[in-house]
Design a protein around this ligand. Structure first.
Ligand code: SF4
Length: 359
């Protein structure tokens, strides 16, 4: 009698060959391309990644090209994909591979995990999918599948970090072809054993599923009680001078690190007419003579925070100071005309506010 891991492997392999989605990153064994796809797919939908993946690889086709690129070029190519820290870590990772491994992505999971931005899951994905090495990978999708298959009702055993999942995933990927089984587990979680309403009738492993047998497929994993994300209300200030608007590059650490944004100022509940000119001058170094607030805020939801950005315009008091070449105004500052954008990345939220302001 085969053990559970072998029985699952025997069911998953033919199912994956027949039912896998045709995704661009499944048509390659290039470990660099698979690494890029795995980083892009973190917290981001497949259809969104599809729009960026090919373009990014055209611009940066290999580790060497990415490592040699300027960070602003990398952020520009990532612009709109969100979670920009991933792009900076991918860039740092490429530089690490270029200097420590001569530009060749290693196949050893331990070496992979030393690459900036590559954790246990991503190392497992690159090692198994690109190199066909029997290396476990457990993300939220795989954890849900394994929790249901074994009817694990204890929330501590359901999490993607649970040791039991990593042991089981390891047994499964080494019970057949690792690159197929690793992807099959992820695909099953993404397309069949979905969080809400798993499609058990079409599931290839239904004969092995304890949750289905016990009628627990809708209650495993245990729903998480999430506290509402804290909300921040901020003025997004368009300081205007000679028809141009000031953009500032945010510090590398923190939300939207390294991205170009309008200066942001805390919006107090008593502020209605726009950010106070005194505070604008303190934050931007530009004195404004008048401020006008727009009525509707732009909402942007991060993983653990919600921004309500209230656009407002402030006319600079001094307008005849000539701009420097390229409209740059010292490091991390730039004055843009309508339709103009800096070379580095612009996050979607800045785009939305600029559009609202007619820029
Ligand atoms: Fe998930 Fe249903 Fe398949 Fe069990 S039978 S693994 S609950 S889809």
């Amino acid at each position: 009698m085969l053990d559970l891991a072998h029985r699952l492997a025997n069911l998953l392999e033919p199912w994956f060959h027949q039912h896998q989605r045709d995704l661009a990153w499944r048509r390659t064994r290039d470990p660099y391309a698979i690494w890029v796809s795995e980083i892009m797919l973190q917290q981001t939908r497949v259809d969104t990644v599809e729009a960026y993946y090919g373009r990014f690889l055209e611009r940066f086709p290999d580790v060497g090209t990415l490592a040699a690129a300027d960070e602003s070029e990398v952020l520009a190519a990532w612009s709109g994909l969100g979670y920009y820290r991933r792009a900076r870590l991918l860039h740092a990772g490429a530089r690490h591979v270029a200097t420590s491994h001569g530009g060749t992505v290693p196949d050893d999971p331990e070496l992979l995990r030393k690459i900036p931005g590559v954790g246990r899951y991503t190392a497992g994905a690159i090692a198994s999918i690109a190199f066909d090495r029997p290396t476990a990978l457990v993300d939220g999708n795989v954890a849900r599948v394994l929790s249901r298959l074994q009817a694990l009702e204890n929330p501590k055993q359901q999490d993607a970090s649970a040791a039991g999942h990593w042991i089981m995933a390891q047994k499964i990927v080494q019970a057949g072809q690792p690159r197929v089984l690793a992807q099959a587990l992820m695909e099953l979680g993404a397309t069949v054993c979905t969080p809400m309403g798993p499609r058990c009738e079409g599931c290839p492993v239904r004969s092995e599923c304890q949750a289905l047998a016990k009628g627990l497929q809708s209650t495993i994993p245990t729903p998480k009680q999430r506290a509402p994300s804290p909300r921040e209300d901020l003025w997004a200030v368009a300081v205007r001078r000679n028809g141009r608007v000031l953009l500032e590059q945010r510090a590398n650490e923190g939300l939207l690190g390294g991205m170009w944004c309008l200066p942001l100022i805390e919006r107090k509940s008593t502020d209605r007419a726009g950010a106070p000119p005194r505070v604008i001058a303190e934050v931007t170094g530009v004195k404004v003579k008048s401020v006008e607030a727009l009525v509707e805020p732009v909402k942007h939801v991060f993983t653990h925070r919600v921004w309500m950005l209230w656009p407002c315009r402030g006319e600079a008091a001094v307008v005849d100071v000539p701009f420097r070449a390229g409209y740059e105004d010292g490091p991390g500052r730039m004055w843009i005309a309508p339709g103009e954008r800096p070379r580095g990345g612009i996050p979607k939220v800045t785009e939305k506010v600029l559009e609202r302001l007619g820029y």
